[in-house]
Design a protein around this ligand. Sequence first.
Ligand code: NDP
Length: 261
Amino acid sequence: MDLGYAGRVAVVTGGTSGIGLACARLLLAEGASVAICGRDEARLASAREALGGGESLLAHRCDVLDGAQVAGFAEAVRGWRGRCDLLVNNAGQGRVSTFAETTDEAWREELELKFFSQIRPLRAFLPLLRASDAAAIVGVNSLLALQPEPHMVCTSAARAGVQNLLKSLATELAPAIRVNSILLGLVDSGQWQRRWQAAHAETGIGREAWFASLAAKKGIPAGRLGQPEEPARAILFLGSPAASYVTGAQLEVSGGVSRFL
Ligand code: NDP
């Protein structure tokens, strides 16, 4: 099936590692021009190298929580290609904390990260999306939105709100812009790598053993964590012209770990 990305322009926030980097790689392979962002110049440079550089890639330093930087990123894309067909709002990370551990400041930070990592890029790229005849947004979210975990209490609550927001946007922006979301389970990417490194520093546990015990502890029916390409492929489908009648949908990519219908 041709997803229809040839000649199109995609923007992926948080494209320097994990799922965002995998999305950028797949989009480039499909013939799209791809703009990625991240907060760190060195990580942007290594992502640019990993993606083979070239004219079809724009790597721009931008913190999605900084309105001026996000506006600058949109301006750079406008100057580069003049429009945006797909916005993948992917930048972010989770926060591990129970209610007792979560301060008011931590709540504010988490709500800011989860909501404004969607809201700011959306506002900034809206005019460029409106210049497309097949515009789409994919919000990268977590199963925690529907299945909260007590050890990730504020992330779970924030993600539920984001899921609600994305559903509203699918209505408000229709029919010009489709809005869909991905609900992730556990994917072996930068944040889990960092958590393994912390465990390794403490106990010396090897990478394979730590990831296998994590999958067993979480009861993932697939028996393993996902690889970044797996959600990336789902994101590419939802964001593509091939998914022209899909909007307001949420697609779970979790190896079957959810326990709801
Ligand atoms: P990674 O840590 O591998 O990638 C996160 C990316 O986001 C990096 O490119 C990082 O770059 C960027 N980023 C983080 N904060 C910002 C910011 N404020 N502004 C711009 N870029 C930012 O993690 P994943 O690939 O796993 O994460 C992708 C998304 O999926 C995240 O939103 C995460 O919360 C979500 N998710 C992941 C799950 C998993 O199991 N992996 C589960 C549920 C949700 P840099 O640090 O250089 O800015």
